[in-house]
Design a protein around this ligand. Structure first.
Ligand code: PLP
Length: 409
């Protein structure tokens, strides 16, 4: 039994696919989460095509499963290094034989910095993010204590302000040349902190959908704002990189982007690597971009445990809401059988999720309804393991971070 190519689905094929997954998950305890490796492989290929020759750093926050981070890294030499989301995670990955780790957010806990120094002393490469003098002071102190040079990157803010709109995110305090110069001048005075990288995350390109059905007007506005931003981002990154290099620093890498921005990020000549995470699982938020489409490689199955009325199938669990601003799009969506949808009044519930369905599949107690999460890695915070599906078979079951007893953030 082979699952059909979901990209060219007809209604009959979708229903066939539902039946395939249903057969695969029969006799398994639900809820369960899975990754379809055939679809993950297709996403890997698409991401390789999109990034051309620019190396791709894997955002582990969007995978949260060491087995699959390794699977992606091993799939092609284009995948180089990990973008980690916490100091403890970086240490965990390093101890699990991963290397070339960029921690994308500042670590401000002395104990964690100490543990990172321990890994650096073993010869591992872990680079820490800074954007304030306070970050530098913490690192310099620990570096001195342990006699370890600490490689760092500066995160430059790439948001763009329009009248009445801050288009981007609030993260880095390095927002202009003045703050950049102050930080770099401070680094020059330090002995243990070593500037080796630059990161800029253009969240307003990478993380903002612009192809949402039924929102033609808003899509057009977002598209225009993105177009204007892309030019400004490229100019800012160029100016920053050239100035830092002019100060005598030999930057080992200039990191940018995310799943949604690969094309515009790699078009910048100063960028040496692009980050991708969510694109591998492709949760449903990533269905709404005009510049790419990917395959729904990850999902979860809930068991129908009640049928309160014809056409209403109530499932156990399901309220796995994604982080960020609170909007309907952060809820998971019923995916298969096709046509299944959430009840607007109840949504996806803490222990009970009613699903409305009037299609051709006959659904009974114990049958699964397949869902997709809105975001990628957050799915793994709800499940201890992922079933790996290949060629229409479950070939393995691997632990998530949660299943390994790890909860980093
Ligand atoms: C610093 C940074 N780089 C890249 C990304 C992109 O990750 P993804 O490809 O999962 O959207 C993110 C996401 O939040 C990020 O914070």
């Amino acid at each position: 039994m082979r699952l059909v190519d979901v990209k060219t689905f007809t209604m009959e094929e979708e229903n066939f696919t539902y039946r395939c997954y249903k057969a695969l998950f029969r006799n398994r305890k639900l809820p369960l989460a899975y990754v379809d490796l055939d679809l993950l492989d297709k996403n890997i290929d698409l991401i390789k095509k999109r990034s051309g020759k620019t190396p791709v750093r894997i955002a582990s926050k969007s995978i949260r499963c060491t087995h699959l981070v390794k699977y992606i890294l091993d799939s092609d030499p284009l995948f180089q290094g990990i973008m980690s989301f916490s100091g403890s995670e970086a240490v965990y990955l390093s101890k699990n034989r991963f290397d070339n780790i960029l921690i994308a957010y500042p670590v401000v806990n002395q104990q964690e910095i100490g543990q990172i120094c321990g890994e650096l002393k073993k010869g591992k490469y872990i680079n820490l993010m800074v954007d304030l003098p306070e970050h530098l002071d913490l690192l310099e102190d620990e570096g001195r204590k342990q006699g370890t040079p600490i490689p760092v990157s500066i995160d430059i803010d790439l948001s763009v302000d329009f009248p009445g709109l801050h288009f981007g995110v609030w993260r880095s305090a390095v927002r202009d040349m003045k703050s950049l110069k102050n930080l770099v001048n401070r680094i020059k005075q330090l002995k243990y902190v070593q500037l080796e990288g630059l990161m800029g995350y253009e969240a307003q390109i990478a993380g903002v959908t612009d192809h949402v059905p039924g929102q033609a007007g808003l899509n057009a506005v977002k598209h225009l704002l993105k177009k204007i931003s892309i030019k400004k981002i490229a100019a800012k990154r160029k100016q920053t990189v050239e100035w830092i290099r002019g100060q005598g620093f030999n930057l080992k890498f200039v990191n940018g982007g995310g799943t949604g921005s690969v094309e515009s990020t790699i078009a910048e000549p100063h960028v040496t690597e692009v980050t991708v995470g969510s694109g591998f699982y492709s949760p449903h938020l990533f269905d709404y971009y005009h510049n790419f489409s990917l395959y729904p490689a990850a999902g979860f199955a809930l068991a129908i445990n009640r049928i309160p009325k014809d056409g209403i199938f109530t499932c156990s669990g399901g309220g796995y809401i994604a982080s960020g601003s609170v909007e309907g799009i952060k809820a998971p969506v019923p995916w298969l059988p096709t046509g299944a949808r959430l009840d607007a009044n109840e949504g996806a519930g803490e222990v009970q999720t009613p699903v409305l369905y009037k299609g051709p599949e006959s659904l009974s107690i114990g049958d699964p309804v397949l869902f997709r999460h809105s975001k990628a890695g957050e799915l793994c915070e709800r499940f201890n393991s992922l079933l790996l599906v290949k060629n229409g078979k479950v070939i393995d079951e691997v632990p998530t971070y949660r299943g390994e007893g790890k909860c980093f953030l």
